[in-house]
Write a protein that binds this ligand. Structure first.
Ligand code: WQD
Length: 343
């Protein structure tokens, strides 16, 4: 029987959020989107509706606006919240830390206070591998120390995790799933939704795809003198559709649970910058010109996940490989060369 459960997806008009809406509908849930549209576009919700051939309710609201949130909660009977909202650019967080703390942490506190008012205690939170800082061992397990983050963005994720842990200790009715994303990439196979960063992309994959579509002249590789198989940085890339599916599985798991659970969401494989370039050239049929410069401050040499806990407890396994990550990114980018956000 279809789940008639309503799920509020905060940040649902964004990259991860839009793909999560699709997976929630596939799993029989009724997602409702709330987004401040700062780093996303309402156009994205229209595309999701066309893709799914169904109406998706959308509220343009900032999570720091408690009255705005109350208005949304009062119109629905949410079973759970998936919290994906917040600023997420590592470099930018160093320049404007107060905005990151105000929006990411202040906004989360406002959300939790309104959830409590409406007795909604089920929440999945978009955390990040950034909470681990420079890994002390690999692959990274969920019990790896956290908090030695290299930047304010990572620290907001760490502080929010600590808020959730304290909340669960003080108020046992809370049911919290902390989902630590590694490096989400790719796009829905339709090419209708994908990553649409505002301005110059901070992350590798969107930058590479913009070089291939002729929007950027060349890729700058931040260092090739790391202790890795080819000297360039190694990360754990995970297809955004696989990542989105994990959110539906987390909601499935919430029934009858309480407390705070933590899961790594990655592929479990370490892939280098040069590996990505090679695969993307195959997928696009275009060369990716690049220049090698010094390391980017705050970068870690190598990071990849142990994902056995999510597999065991959520029944989650990644289904898509690096080739599909690049092919799906290319299909999205080449179909939407200029993107939607002001660039
Ligand atoms: C990947 C690799 C770079 C750009 C960050 C956040 C994480 C999450 C994902 C939000 C590194 C290299 C990159 C470029 C390059 N944030 N690179 N040239 O830094 O692993 O993770 O983004 O969701 O929480 O910490 O991702 O894509 O920036 O970098 O050489 O133009 O690509 O040095 O080795 P990162 P990234």
């Amino acid at each position: 029987m279809a789940n008639s459960k309503e799920i509020l997806v905060l940040g649902g008009a964004g990259y991860i959020g839009s793909h999560t809406i699709v997976e929630l509908v596939k799993a029989g849930y009724q997602p409702v989107v709330a987004d401040n549209a700062f780093n996303s576009s309402p156009e994205c919700v229209t595309r999701i509706q066309n893709l799914l051939d169904r109406k998706i309710e959308f509220y343009q609201v900032d999570m720091r606006d408690k009255e705005g949130l109350r208005n949304v909660f009062s119109k629905h009977n949410f079973y759970a919240v998936i919290h994906l909202a917040g600023l997420k650019a590592v470099g930018e967080s160093v320049q404007i830390p107060l905005s990151y703390y105000s929006i990411n942490i202040g906004g989360t506190i406002s959300l939790l206070e309104v959830m409590k008012e409406f007795k909604v205690f089920n929440i999945a939170f978009s955390s990040s591998a950034a909470v681990y800082g420079d890994p002390q061992f690999l692959p990274i397990t969920e019990d790896h120390p956290t908090g030695r983050c290299a930047n304010p963005y990572g620290r907001t994720k760490y502080f929010i995790e600590e808020i959730f842990k304290d909340l669960c200790k003080a108020e046992p009715e809370w049911n919290v799933f902390l989902l630590r994303y590694f490096n989400p990439v790719g796009a829905h196979e339709s090419g209708v939704i994908g990553e649409d960063p505002r301005g110059i992309p901070n992350n590798l994959m969107p930058y590479v795809s913009q070089v291939c579509v002729g929007k950027r002249e060349y890729l700058t590789i931040f260092g090739n003198d790391y202790d890795t198989h080819d000297g360039t940085g190694v990360r754990d890339y995970v297809h955004v559709v696989d990542l989105a599916a994990a959110h539906a599985l987390a909601i499935d798991k919430m029934e009858g649970e309480h407390g705070c659970k933590i899961y790594n969401l990655g592929s479990g494989k370490g892939i280098s910058v040069l590996d990505i370039i090679k695969e993307f050239e195959k997928a696009s049929g275009n060369k990716v010109p690049y220049k090698i410069v010094d390391r980017r401050p705050g970068d870690v040499p190598k990071s990849y996940a142990d994902v056995s806990l999510a597999e065991k407890e959520l029944g989650w396994k990644t289904m898509k490989n690096l080739q599909e990550m690049c092919e799906d990114t290319w299909k999205w980018q080449s179909g939407n060369p200029s993107g939607f956000l002001k660039n």
